[in-house]
Design a protein around this ligand. Structure first.
Ligand SMILES: NC(=O)c1ccc[n+]([C@@H]2O[C@H](COP(=O)([O-])OP(=O)(O)OC[C@H]3O[C@@H](n4cnc5c(N)ncnc54)[C@H](O)[C@@H]3O)[C@@H](O)[C@H]2O)c1
Length: 244
């Protein structure tokens, strides 16, 4: 018997990287998973590999969310779990970031999370309560150079998580944020991280499965946690080593 038998889960950005791994682990525990993305071919392949369904969903589009929720309720009867995982990164210093790029990153990483929470709130309440896991970042715990829009979006996700947890507690819905450090996915494939991993307490990049296992724990077992942060970053945000 799986920990999530009978549950319906939505994973955004589920076509690859961490989202694909989250879809796999939730399905392995018995959830019926709806994989959502804008990469239709890759998303459909992940969905079929987990016996789930694929939906094209651009997280910035209200109408995509409305269609998804209507279809999910009609075909699967309920929504219990939302993993707000879709995200993009963009590199530029704050004084060189144009408004279009700022709006793109904030739109997908923060407004997309808001739209997702809002869309599933009523169906989750109707199902007796649910769990929403928002994938933030260590960029929602500290600052990084050349990442102003990304950092702002991920701090926004952390704050939105707390506000939503307070608002949705009345429905029995928990909302938490996850803060990964560097993880080996297509997002980080081309990025030169220098000695970032050498200087953190666990001297290596993380694997998507390590984040997915945390997400499963939050969904299935962390029944006394809401509105709070869960960090999986190899210790990157713990502090500074003093060489004295
Ligand atoms: N990889 C890392 O080191 C790392 C670290 C911390 C946090 N994160 C966060 O984890 C999440 C997953 O990242 P990843 O590393 O797996 O990245 P990824 O690029 O491999 O996957 C992101 C997925 O989101 C999808 N996506 C992008 N825009 C979308 C949109 N508008 N609507 C729907 N889907 C969209 C992409 O198509 C892709 O499938 C992101 O929120 C990212 O910011 C990643």
């Amino acid at each position: 018997m799986g920990k999530l038998d009978g549950k319906v889960a939505i994973v955004t950005g589920g076509a690859r990287g961490m989202g694909a791994e989250e879809a796999r682990i939730l399905a392995a525990e018995g959830a019926r998973v709806i994989v959502c993305d804008v990469l239709d071919e890759e998303g459909a392949a992940v969905a079929s590999s987990v016996n789930g369904t694929y939906r094209h969903l651009d997280v910035t589009q209200e109408s995509d969310w409305a269609d998804l929720v209507a279809t999910a309720e009609l075909s699967l009867g309920r929504i219990d779990i939302l993993i707000n995982n879709a995200g993009v990164v963009g590199f530029s210093p704050v004084d060189k970031t144009d408004l279009t790029e700022w709006n793109r990153v904030i739109g997908i990483n923060l407004t997309g999370v808001f739209l997702g929470i809002r869309a599933v709130a009523a169906p989750m309440a109707a199902a007796g309560g649910g769990v929403i896991v928002n994938i933030s970042s260590t960029a929602g715990i500290m600052g990084y150079s050349n990442l102003s829009a990304y950092v702002a979006s991920k701090w926004g996700v952390r704050g939105l998580t707390k506000a939503a947890a307070l608002d949705l507690a009345k429905d029995g819905t928990r909302v938490v944020s996850v803060h990964p450090g560097g993880v080996r996915t297509p997002m980080t494939a081309g990025i030169d991280t220098g000695d970032m991993y050498a200087s953190q307490p666990i001297h290596r990049i993380g694997e998507p499965a390590e984040i997915a296992k945390l997400v499963l724990y939050l969904v299935a077992d962390a029944t006394y946690s809401t509105g709070t942060e869960f960090i999986a970053d190899g210790g990157a945000t713990v502090g500074q080593v003093l060489d004295i």
